[in-house]
Each structure stands twice: as structure tokens, then as C-alpha cells.
Design a protein around this ligand. Structure first.
Ligand code: IPD
Ligand code: CA
Ligand code: CA
Length: 268
């Protein structure tokens, strides 16, 4: 049984409480698929409800800490050192379409650096968590990034931009460059889980543009504590705030970065 600190217990209790509502709401979404109005409004309410529960529970446990919330924005706390960075529902499009792949992601930053993270996939009942210096865990088992060292044996995840968002030409170039060298690319639709899966050794790596701190804060700690490397796509260090991310096992971080550089060079 892995040792869980008081901090991880607080994060887990908040996530489990919010997850109960999300699971109930996910059950409803299937019914709404066929209605004319569609489930979109309902899902955004589910999202807001989950965020409110997380905020209430975490405030009760750590009254002095502030928040950066996807829906509610920034809320200053009395203690400037710690701040929760939260995505109450990552994988909204999956949720909206009745696809059971979404998560609650609770990150904690300390003096601007990712410090702890907990990602709960309530449908598969998988709880991923990590704390700086304490390791990374899936349920009660220690996580390690995979040891695959050859691109040709490796599975990578990414995000694909969509209607009205992102640089479509760049995404096509990157996918076309990477797919010729690897054993597969996945687009599962929940960035927090993509990072958790790198930490768990399921993917060798993950890259995505146009992300926000709440998509990546928890996952950054997890990948690092599982022995992986996290940076911006060009290798820069601002993975939390830079708006893009490259996370991989220690052997394939540089090869993946080089492939993405090659894709960029091909644009010229
Ligand atoms: C999205 C998911 C998705 C990623 C998007 C994110 P949301 O978050 O993580 O995988 O490709 O860029 O915005 O909207 O479901 O919380
Ligand atoms: Ca998200
Ligand atoms: Ca979200």
C-alpha cells in the first residue's frame, strides 16, 4: 500500500466527491444525445458543478490557498506560495458525446512550479497522483515511464486542433513527420490523461500545442516523478505556462523533439 500524504488525501477526497456528480451527469448525457437541444448546456452545468465542489472542498481543507480554475478564473489566496490549478472536466468533447474518457485534474503549484497532481478517471476508476520528491502512483502502485528506447516501437499521443482553433497546417506536418517513424499516434481527447498515461508507461510520449496550465499542471508532476522529461515542444522550460508541452520517457524525449523540429523545418 503506497503511503499517501495528508495533501494527497485532501486532493483525493475532493476529486471523489466531484466525480460522483460527473458520473451521474454522464449517465444523463446518453439520454440527451437524441434530444433536439442536445447535451451541450447540460454538460457545461456539470462542469461548473464539479468545479464548485472542488473549490469548496479544497478551501475547507486549505483555507489560505488560492486557485486558478478553468471556468472560474483566478482567485487569490492569503498564502501566496501555494495555488490550486484545476480542470474540473478534462475531455469535455468526449463527455458530451458519451465517450467514457475524461478526468478531473487537480494540480498544485508551489512558488510557480508544479508541486503535486491528482488525476481521476472516474469511469475506469483510475486514480493517478504524484507529489514532488514522493514518486508517482496509479491507485496504489508506483508508476514508471516506459523503458522503450526506439521510436519504431513507440506509441505517442497528441491533440489535433479543430474548427476555429489552432494551427491546422502545423498539426498536419507534425503528424505526417511523426507517423512515419513510430508504431502509432493516439488522439484520445483528454490532455490530463495523456500525461498520466505517459507517467504510467502506456505512451512513450505526448505533445500538444495550445494547452492551458489546468490541462498540464497535475500531469507535469506525474511524468517527472515517474522518471520522464517534460518541456515545451522546442525544449524550453516553461511547460506549465508556455501553452504547449512535450512529455516523454527519458530516452525518447530528445528524439521526439527532433522529429517535431524536422516538421517545423519542412514548413520553410
Ligand atoms: C481539452 C482536452 C483535449 C485537448 C484540448 C483541451 P477540455 O480540454 O484536454 O484533449 O486537445 O486542447 O482544451 O476542454 O476538455 O477541458
Ligand atoms: Ca482541459
Ligand atoms: Ca475542462
Amino acid at each position: 500500500m503506497a503511503y499517501r500524504s495528508a495533501l494527497v488525501n485532501v486532493m483525493e477526497a475532493a476529486a471523489r466527491k466531484a466525480a460522483r456528480g460527473l458520473i451521474r451527469d454522464f449517465g444523463e448525457v446518453e439520454q440527451l444525445q437524441v434530444s433536439r437541444k442536445g447535451p451541450a448546456d447540460f454538460v457545461s452545468q456539470a462542469d461548473m458543478r464539479a468545479e464548485r465542489i472542488l473549490r469548496e472542498e479544497l478551501t475547507r481543507a486549505r483555507p489560505d490557498w488560492g486557485f486558478q480554475l478553468e471556468e472560474g478564473g483566478a482567485i487569490a489566496g492569503r498564502d501566496p506560495a501555494y495555488r490550486w490549478i484545476i480542470d474540473p472536466l478534462d475531455g469535455t468533447t468526449n463527455f458530451l458525446h458519451g465517450i467514457p474518457h475524461f478526468a478531473i485534474s487537480i494540480g498544485l503549484e508551489h512558488r510557480g512550479e508544479p508541486f503535486a497532481g491528482l488525476i481521476l478517471d472516474p469511469v475506469k476508476d483510475e486514480l493517478f497522483w504524484a507529489e514532488r520528491g514522493q514518486g508517482a502512483y496509479l491507485n496504489n502502485h508506483r508508476m514508471r515511464v516506459s523503458s522503450r528506447a526506439k521510436l519504431a516501437d513507440s506509441l505517442f499521443a497528441t491533440g489535433i486542433p479543430f474548427h476555429g482553433r489552432g494551427d491546422h497546417a502545423r498539426a498536419l506536418r507534425e503528424i505526417s513527420t511523426v507517423m512515419g517513424e513510430v508504431s502509432g499516434i493516439r488522439r484520445m481527447g483528454a490532455a490530463a490523461l495523456d500525461l498520466a498515461y505517459v507517467a504510467a508507461g502506456r505512451y512513450e510520449g505526448f505533445w500538444e500545442w495550445d494547452l492551458n496550465p489546468w490541462d498540464v499542471c497535475a500531469g507535469i508532476v506525474m511524468v517527472r516523478e515517474a522518471g520522464g522529461l517534460v518541456s515545451e515542444i522546442d525544449g524550453g522550460e516553461r511547460a506549465l505556462t508556455g501553452g504547449n508541452i512535450l512529455a516523454a520517457n527519458d530516452k525518447l524525449h530528445t528524439p521526439l523533439r527532433d522529429l517535431l523540429r524536422r516538421a517545423k523545418a519542412e514548413a520553410k
